[in-house]
Design a protein around this ligand. Structure first.
Ligand code: MD6
Ligand code: FE
Length: 238
């Protein structure tokens, strides 16, 4: 038997981070290395364009007056704590950028890749993949020291999955439960190019970003520092 047959590439990956989809909880799937470096760079270029759009990257202010450390821009619908609007009424009143067609296709592929049946006890939720049509994206930029507290994504009137893409510095993603913002939770490292989908029984789980690891941008991802996270959602609004 040839060496290639004995040691197929997928089994000799030295880094378990590249081992394919991992089910973190029912409906919550981490797909390491889902975007190529070329795709990451292309998305970083789009990010640069969006920051010159009608609504600047801004740190949202929470109802108690606390300002988030993450800066956000939006596509499709403008998110403000805690609702979606068509105009950025908490920033400058301008209408939000359109949700790009390429991102609908990317979101559909993400849900399919995360949920289609696999050998690892992956939940098969194919009906979610075919007609997944996200209409809003939050694009977060994490500069030095930025974090995100434990929260649920529940401003949408839909239980369709949320698709999350990470580019730039590695972060610690804390994935919890639907009942409390505390334990039990699972800490997952999200690296540049990783996909995380949460839907099904995990759609309303608490989650947060306790830290970003400075200096971990891979060569060629398009960012020299910081972290971009894009979450696509179905708002259920019209
Ligand atoms: C982040 N993400 O990854 C923050 N929400 O920077 C989120 O809050 C998030 O990654 C819902 C689904 C996936 C996520
Ligand atoms: Fe979230």
């Amino acid at each position: 038997m040839s060496e290639d047959a004995l040691f197929p590439l997928t089994l000799i990956q030295p880094d378990t981070h590249d081992a394919g989809p991992r089910v973190i909880a029912p409906g919550a799937v981490h797909v390491p290395g889902w975007l190529s470096l070329e795709q990451q760079r292309w998305i970083v270029q789009r990010f640069g364009e969006w920051t010159h759009g009608p609504v600047p990257l801004r740190a949202a202010t929470l109802p108690g007056g606390h300002r988030m450390s993450v800066r956000t821009l939006c596509l499709g619908w403008h998110w403000q704590p805690y609702r979606y609007t068509r105009e950025a009424t908490d920033v400058n009143g301008r209408p939000v950028l359109e949700f790009p067609e390429w991102m609908v296709r990317l979101g559909r592929k993400a849900v399919a890749d995360a949920y289609l049946p696999g050998p690892e006890g992956n939940e098969a939720l194919p009906e979610l993949a075919g007609n997944y049509t996200p209409d809003a994206a939050l694009v977060n930029f994490y500069d030095r020291g930025a974090t995100m507290g434990m929260h649920q994504d529940k401003d949408e009137r839909s239980n369709a999955p949320v698709v999350s893409l990470s580019i730039g510095e590695t972060c610690l993603f804390r994935f919890g439960n639907t009942q409390t913002r505390t334990k039990p939770y699972t800490d997952v490292e999200l690296r540049s190019g990783d996909l995380f989908v949460f839907g099904g029984a995990s759609r309303f789980s608490y989650h947060g970003i306790p830290k970003v690891l400075p200096g971990t941008c891979p060569e060629g991802c398009g960012l020299s520092h910081g972290r971009i996270n894009i979450t696509m959602r179905v708002t259920g609004l019209s």
